[in-house]
Write a protein that binds this ligand. Structure first.
Ligand code: ZN
Length: 73
């Protein structure tokens, strides 16, 4: 469990793959850059949009994010 009460990050497909993000990144102001758990920079606009269904299929899961989440269990 993280200090903010979240147990795991939330996955979001973005243009550079499907990454996991902590709550702080998901709640950041629009127009900024947030970091995925693996350290990849993603615009908060892209992070906070409703991803099209196809993006979940098309984007590859980031294994670095996956390992970080797995280590938190
Ligand atoms: Zn990642």
């Amino acid at each position: 469990m993280l200090p903010d009460g979240t147990k795991i990050g939330r996955w979001q497909p973005v243009s550079c793959g499907r990454h996991a993000f902590d709550r702080a990144a998901r709640n950041a102001e629009p127009g900024l850059v947030a970091k995925a758990l693996c350290g990849v920079d993603v615009s908060t606009d892209e992070l906070q949009r409703i991803a099209p269904e196809i993006a979940w299929v098309r984007e590859d899961t980031c294994m670095a994010c996956w390992r970080i989440l797995a280590s938190r269990q």
